[in-house]
Ligand binder design. Structure first.
Ligand SMILES: Nc1ncnc2c1ncn2[C@@H]1O[C@H](COP(=O)(O)OP(=O)(O)OP(=O)(O)O)[C@@H](O)[C@H]1O
Ligand SMILES: [Mg+2]
Length: 429
């Protein structure tokens, strides 16, 4: 096995594949000891999904192939392996506990793996699979609320986790589409988990925050409380519902309704001036016409209000509303419409900010919008997974490996690249 140092010194390419209801984005990142550099992005429309779930394998495969091709051209690298996103209302989240004996010695990373294995050993339906085991807190003997138990002493290590499960078939379809393009899927990742990783700060996670990713077909809600994931759910509504309402209300084709929404849409009717007018096309041979912008707002507002009301109800159901001291972070392409955060603040009754992907270098302008939060988050997830694998390799390898305790503070000049990589990844998530 190559040494930790040699592995980390060679930068690695990590690709996030966000297969969304309206578009496929392939985000290419280069990971080295200093972090992630965005090298390129391929972004193409996709009509192969309904409400976050693949409904047409051929169309989805074609969009993935195009997105990957375009990302390869821009980044100048060959893409073989991807971290793919998955979403849809089949996603569920449930709590579970695990316990492992440690007999008075220090907790090792292997103990942590063991206790997490125990927490995932619960019966689930045959047609479902576990996507993630997300630790909420560790407990060493009677001390709870521990984030990282490695190095602590005790006789008993416990963990409380959130298990994210998904129906097998939508996950398999995502993998199948990617494989049809000749890609290997390194892991399948819950999309809002990726989005949260890309746009939340450590402080927000610590004091409690809701990430709300409003895409085309789904609205994903993920809550952080006490620094851990408290809840995940996927609501099958999104920006496409707004577009469909505009198409029906103005009797115009979906494509035109989408254009009107993007150019003149406003979530709050009262933010639009009375005399604002927009040009609309003629339909079915009728001549082109002008529409008051207010009318568009009057169509959009009830639908967006309904989406935020459903989110509010979902937050109340979790019983965690009071713990969201940092409020909500809105991301996903659906939040690009004017007035979204103001409207959200009114209905959710908490501070709201827009969440853009952060924490990456390179050609960041390619991934600057909220619609790229998932794609960038997938790259960050992949980079963390890679770093975790390096740590495990290092701790499993014989003494010749130049590993050092990751958490040990070291002078910057003496620090090895591996420790730095883990350091910033820990800070990033
Ligand atoms: N400038 C804009 N103004 C208003 N809405 C916009 C704008 N740009 C994108 N959208 C909307 O954002 C939605 C797409 O967002 P996003 O790209 O995050 O979705 P997706 O990832 O394809 O779908 P999902 O996550 O639901 O599977 C569409 O409904 C689109 O109309
Ligand atoms: Mg999305």
């Amino acid at each position: 096995m190559p040494s930790l140092k040699s592995q980390i010194e060679t930068s690695e390419i990590v690709v996030g594949l966000d297969i969304g209801t309206t578009k496929v984005s392939a985000v290419v990142g280069e990971v080295d000891a200093d972090g992630i550099s965005i090298l390129g992005v391929g972004n193409v429309p996709c009509r192969g999904l309904r409400k976050g779930v693949v409904s047409n394998i051929d169309w989805t495969t074609r969009s993935i192939a195009e997105a990957v091709e375009s990302a390869q051209t821009i980044a100048g690298v060959e893409i073989r392996t991807v971290y793919a996103g998955v979403s849809g209302s089949h996603i569920r989240c449930q709590q579970s506990d695990g316990v492992a004996a440690i007999s008075g010695r220090e907790v090792t990373p292997q103990d942590v793996e063991r206790v997490l294995e125990g927490a995932r050993a619960i019966p689930i339906d045959a047609d479902r699979q576990i996507l993630h085991v997300l630790p909420h807190e560790f407990i060493v003997d009677n001390q709870d609320g521990i984030r990282d138990p490695v190095g602590m002493s005790g006789v008993r290590l416990g963990v409380r986790v959130n298990l994210v499960t998904a129906a097998c078939s939508p996950v398999q379809n995502v993998v199948r589409c990617a494989e049809r393009c000749g890609l290997t899927v390194a892991d399948v990742v819950l999309e809002p988990l990726a989005s949260a990783g890309a746009c939340l700060s450590e402080d927000e996670k610590e004091i409690g925050v809701a990430v709300i990713d409003i895409g085309g077909g789904t609205t994903d809600v993920l809550l952080f409380v006490d620094g851990g994931i408290g809840h995940v759910s996927v609501i099958p509504v999104g920006g496409n519902n707004v577009t469909a309402d505009i198409a029906a209300g103005l009797r115009t084709p979906m494509g035109e309704a989408e254009r009107l929404k993007r150019n003149w849409g406003c979530a709050l009717g009262r933010m639009v001036a009375e005399d604002d007018e927009i040009g609309g096309p003629g339909v079915g041979g009728h001549p082109a016409r002008t529409v008051p912008r207010r009318l568009l707002g009057d169509i959009i507002e009830p639908r967006v209000g309904e989406i935020f009301a459903v989110i509010r109800a979902r937050l109340e159901e979790t019983g965690l509303l009071e713990q969201l001291s940092a409020g909500a972070v809105l991301t996903g392409g659906g939040v690009l419409m004017e007035g979204m955060s103001e409207f959200a603040e009114e209905i959710l009754g908490m501070p709201v900010r827009l969440g853009l992907p952060v924490g990456v270098r390179g050609i960041t302008q390619l991934v600057a919008g909220p619609q790229f939060a998932t794609g960038v988050g997938l790259v960050q997830y992949g980079a963390t997974a890679l770093a975790g694998a390096r740590v495990r390799e290092a701790s499993a390898a014989p003494a010749t490996v130049e590993a050092e305790p990751v958490a040990e503070p070291a002078a910057e000049g003496k620090r090895r690249p591996g420790a730095r990589l883990i350091g910033w990844l820990r800070a990033a998530f």
